[in-house]
Write a protein that binds this ligand. Structure first.
Ligand SMILES: C[S@@+](CC[C@H](N)C(=O)[O-])C[C@H]1O[C@@H](n2cnc3c(N)ncnc32)[C@H](O)[C@@H]1O
Length: 389
């Protein structure tokens, strides 16, 4: 199986002929900053900057959506120029009910110094499911789990932390969750916990810190089935000494399987990389031949939210970051992801680094990077050039 496929051509044309159905679409369209968007077609020059942009995007988003599996998901990078218009457009194309998140991505940690007002240091990722009820998106990551949050170690060297077995959320109490309010028995000398009394055991009721009645997080059968994951301890609370029950929350709950933590909606440059680190990544492979690539760390985090055999599509591929990240992810976890990248043969600026390096079109940059990726990481590359009909 080839990990990377590159198709040169206008994405609308290519998408209309594409047979593949995909699990994940990531795109980073031109942001419409005033000099990155030359699209005019038959809409007339300067009619309305935003309307021209949304008119360009609408059929491409519809064609992309039609290639997504029902379980699939779309991530789109965008900045303040079109974020509001894109959000409304995606509501129209995907349905507001399929909106998942608007993530803030801190890609320029130093902040843009050129603007008149604030030093903008972020852009956005808009996330929509094809069908929010059926998507397999898992918005969590194993990379954000902090091992120091698990300070305890058992006899076999397994790391864990203590979590109160009682539900600390005041919404849950004996009135709202009647079946979870019952006594358990525990011995702080041995740590043993049971739903039935035993020799040396004390009866323990779930209570909040202020002494009011609370409920457990686990049912009686779960307590019996997983008594080994519970421990009885004496603690000093607001009301003095008391005996309570804690869950041993393991760093690696199922043997070697990595624990995952829900992703927040602000992604920092130190976690996913920045535009500067992205330029450096590209320099290391090809040279400084593209102005605003995305860091592979950003795409790696997106890939982690989907299964490791995902078919990925990027139809504004630019320098080929998505295909690069797919190869990195497969090499790291043994996954079988496949990435289809599309970019038009848009000419590079005469005299630019790319032009001077002999890369006369953006598609030549995409292809050159993906070739380097295939050589240095593996997975191969298949190239198709789509001629105008
Ligand atoms: C912002 S860049 C993407 C950068 C990319 N994410 C990266 O990390 O390098 C947008 C890309 O879309 C391409 N593009 C614009 N309109 C296109 C179209 N109609 N069909 C295919 N590619 C297009 C441009 O050539 C440009 O490379």
């Amino acid at each position: 199986m080839v990990w990377n496929e590159f198709i040169e051509g206008d994405n609308l044309e290519v998408l209309s002929r594409l047979d593949d159905v995909v699990d994940l679409i990531y795109i980073d369209p031109p942001y419409n900053t005033g000099n990155d968007f030359a699209y005019r077609d038959d809409h007339g020059v300067g009619r309305n900057r935003h309307r021209d942009w949304t008119d360009m995007m609408r059929p491409r988003l519809v064609a992309g959506r039609d290639r997504l599996k029902d379980t699939g998901v779309l991530f789109v990078s965008i900045d303040d120029n079109e974020a509001a218009h894109l959000r409304l457009l995606l509501d129209e194309v995907f349905g507001e009910r399929n909106f998942i998140a608007q993530i803030v991505v801190n890609l320029n940690p130093k902040g843009r110094q050129l603007g008149r007002h604030f030093a903008t240091s972020h852009e956005y990722l808009l996330v929509y499911a094809r069908d929010a009820g059926r998507t397999v998106l898992d918005a969590s990551s194993s990379r954000t789990v902090d091992e120091s949050d698990f300070p305890l170690t058992d006899n076999e060297g397994r790391r864990y932390r203590h979590l109160p077995l009682r539900n600390t959320n005041k919404k849950f109490n004996p009135v709202t969750s009647r079946t979870l309010h019952f006594p358990v028995w525990g011995d702080p000398a041995t740590g043993r916990v049971s739903s039935e009394t035993f020799e040396g055991a004390q009866q323990i009721e779930p209570v909040f810190g202020d002494g009011r009645p609370a409920v457990w997080r686990w049912s009686r059968p779960k307590i019996d089935a997983q008594a080994g994951d519970l421990v009885c301890r004496e603690i000093v609370g607001r009301g003095g000494r008391r005996t309570d029950v804690f869950q041993k929350d393991w760093l690696h709950p199922d043997g070697p399987t990595l624990r995952r933590k829900k992703l927040k909606t602000i992604w920092l440059a130190e976690e996913v990389g920045s535009t500067d680190t992205a330029v450096q990544e590209l320099k290391d492979l090809l040279g400084h031949v593209f102005e605003s690539p995305k860091p592979t760390g950003l795409i790696l985090r997106i890939l982690e939210t989907m299964p490791s055999d995902a078919v990925v599509l990027d139809f504004f591929a630019g320098s080929g970051t998505t295909g690069h990240a797919v190869a990195l992810a497969n090499a790291e976890d043994g996954g079988t992801r496949r990435c289809i990248s599309i970019n038009s043969a848009e000419p590079t600026r005469p005299g630019s680094n790319a032009d001077l390096a002999g890369l006369r079109t953006v598609s030549a940059i995409t292809e050159a990077r993906l070739r380097e990726v295939a050589t240095s990481i593996g997975g191969g590359l298949q190239v198709t050039r789509m001629m105008a009909p």
